[in-house]
Each structure stands twice: as structure tokens, then as C-alpha cells.
Design a protein around this ligand. Sequence first.
Ligand code: ZN
Length: 89
Amino acid sequence: MFGFSIAKLLFTIAAVIVAWNGFKWYTRMQKNRAVGKSGRGERKATAQGPANSGGVVDAEEMVKCSVCETYVSSTSAVSCGKNGCPYPG
Ligand SMILES: [Zn+2]
């Protein structure tokens, strides 16, 4: 009676361990897939990181110069040097 319940307990524990390991393996597999997918995205994000950080600085308010047709920051707009450029140079 007692031995049977210990065997039952051990079997239950073993089943839980197997199920837990299977769950861990399944989670790890999905995590690896997710990391693999997002890893590519992170590489893109990292590659865009410096450009983004630089863009954030310049992206306060971009205005297009009607003469040189380049977008410049409205707060730090510098003349392109061409005649008629509305920005101070
Ligand atoms: Zn200009």
C-alpha cells in the first residue's frame, strides 16, 4: 500500500520531470527560432542604430531647400552656398 503510493509518487515525479524537460526543450526551440528571427531584426536595428540616432538629431524638423533641394534641419540649416538659398551660410 505504502510502497505502491511511493512508486506512484515516483512515477508522477518522473512524468512531471519528463513533461517539464519536454516543455523546456519546446520553449527553447521556440526561443531559438524567435531569437533567430529577431536576431536578423536586431542586426538590422543595430545597423540602423547609428543612422537612427543621427537621424533623431537631424529629424527635429526637416525642411527642403528650394534651391539645392536637400533636406536640412530647420534649427541648424546651413546654406548650400548656391545663390538664393534661404538658409544662412
Ligand atoms: Zn540650399
